[in-house]
Design a protein around this ligand. Sequence first.
Ligand code: ADP
Length: 580
Amino acid sequence: MFGPKFQRKYALSDQGIAATKKGTLWTVIVNLLMMVGMGILYFLMMGLMKTLVDGEVLPNWMIFVGATVVFIVLSIITHYQQYYATYGLVYEEVKTMRLGLAERLRKLPLGFFGKRDLADLTETVMGDVNRMEHVWSHVLGYLYGGYISTAIIAVMLLAMDWRLAIACLWGVPVAFALLFGSRRLSARSAEKAKATSLAVADGMQEALENIREIHATNQEQRFLGELNDKIDALERAKIGAELVAGLFVNGASVIMRLGVATTILVGASLILSGRIDFMLLFMFLLVITRIYAPFDQSLALIAEVFMSEVSAKRLMEIYDTPAAEGAEEFKPTGHDIVFKDVGFAYDDEQVLRGVSFVAKEGEVTALVGPSGSGKSTCARLAARLWDVSQGSIEVGGVDITSVDPEALLGDYSMVFQNVTLFDDTVMENIRLGKHGATDEEVRAAAAAANCDEFVEKLPAGYNTPIGENGARLSGGERQRISIARALLKDAPIVLLDEATASLDVENETKVQSALSRLLAGKTVLIIAHRMRTVENADKIVVLSEGKVIEEGAPSELLANEDGVFTRMHALQSASAGWSV
Ligand code: ADP
C-alpha cells in the first residue's frame, strides 16, 4: 500500500512515508478503540435492559465503571499519539520538502527556469507545498486509517450477521464508486483553478515589476482591468471546483447514510420473522453511527486528494528534472575552451548547429554575428549554464558536463549585460566576487575597475547601500562593479558580453581600461559588438544562424574581400562616421 508509487503520488520523502505509516496505524487504533467504546455502551444497555426486565440491580456495574475509565485513558493516549504522528511528524516533512526543493532548484540547469517562470516556481515552493502539507497532515493518515479500520470492522460485522452487515454497508462502495467516477471532472476543475490562480500571480508580479512604466504610459486602467478579469476568472474557476467537489462528496455521503434506513428495514423484518433479536439490531445501529464517521471524513478528504494531485505532479516535476551534476573537483590542464561540433536547442528550435572552435588561453576570442546568431548561447554553454545537446565542450581537456557546475564556475568570471546587484553596500556587492576577501582587496579591485571616482561621490563611499538591484547606479557604474567583482575573483576564464553601447563616451573609456586589466593573460570569450574590440581580438569567430561561417585572426578575415566579416567591418566603419 505504501510503496514507491504511493510515495510519488503524494510527493513524499522517505521520512514522510514513515510518518504516514505511523499516522495510519494510530488512526486504525483510534477507530477500533472507538468501536470498543460502542461495545461497552452495548453491554451497558444489555445490563440496563436486564435490570428493567428482571428488576435486579446491575450485577457487575463495577466492571463497567472500570472499563469506562480504562477506555477514556486509552482514548486520550491514542488520540495524542495519532495527533503527534499526523501533525508533528508532518511539519518536519514540510521543512524537509522546502529545503530539499530549494537545494534542488539551485542545482537545476537554467533551461528549467525558462520553462517555469518566477511566479510559477514561487507558487510551487509556497502554494503547492502548503497544499501537500494539508494533505499529508489532515488527509493521508485519516484516509488510509479509515480504509483499514473499516475493512476490519466490516469483516467483524459480516461474521456477526451478514444480512445486517450488507444492509448497513452497501452504501460505502457505491459512494466511493461515485467519487472515483467524478475524479476526472474534479481533477480537471482543480487544474483549471490552478491555471487561473497562476495567471493572477503572474499579472500581479508583472504589474509590480512594471509599475513605473505603467504609470509613465498612463496604462493603469487597462492594467487594472486586465487584472480584474483574471481575478474574476479565478473566482469562477474556484467556485466551479468547489461546486463539483461539494456536489459529489455530499451526494456520496447521502448515499452512504441510506444504509441506516436499510439496516432498520432489514433488521425490523428479521426481528419480525424471529431470526434475530432486538439487541443485535441495536448493536448494528450503534456501530453504524461510528462506522460512517471515518468514511464521512474520508469522502471529504478524497476530494482534497484529487485536487492535490495537481500540486504533487508539479512538485515531482521539479524532482524529476535531472540536475546538472558532476565531479566536485575541476582540474583542467590549461584553460583552452574547445567547442567540438556543438549542437543546441532551447526548445525545439535548433539554435546552434555543429559549432567548432577553440578559444585559447591568453587570447581574446571574439564572437561576432548578427543578433540571434547564437553568440550569447555559445557563452552560456561554455559556462555550463545549459548543457549541450550534441557534441561537447572541453576546458583544459576536461569535458565540462563531467564537472559540477559550482566547481566549474569557480574558474569563470562573467561580465554579462544584466549585472545582478544585491540590496547591500558597494563593498559587499564587489566582495561577492571572492568569498572572504579583505576590505583592502575589494578596494584594490574596485580601483582597478575605475569604481573609485563614482563611489567617492556616494554619501558613505564604499559603505553606501545601492538600493534594490542597484537602483541608484547608472548602467556604466553597474558594469564597473561587475568588472570589479571579476577582477577580485581573478578567475582564469572570462566571459564577457560587451554591451557597452548604452554607455556615454567617458564611461566607455573607463570601462574599457578596467576591462583591459581584467582580461590580461586569461582565456577570454567575448560577445563583441564594436569593431574596435573586434580588431584587437586575437581571433574572431563569425556566427550566422547557429553556424560558424568564418574564423581566424582579424587581419586574415579582412584579407578576404568577399568575406562576411569584411562586409560587417565596412558597414560599421561607415556608420561610425555618421552623426546627427
Ligand atoms: P545572439 O547572442 O547572437 O544575439 P542568442 O544566442 O541570444 O543570439 O540567441 C540565439 C537564438 O536563441 C535566438 O533565436 C533566440 O531567440 C534564441 N534564444 C536565446 N535565449 C533563449 C532562451 N532562453 N529560450 C529560448 N530561446 C532562446
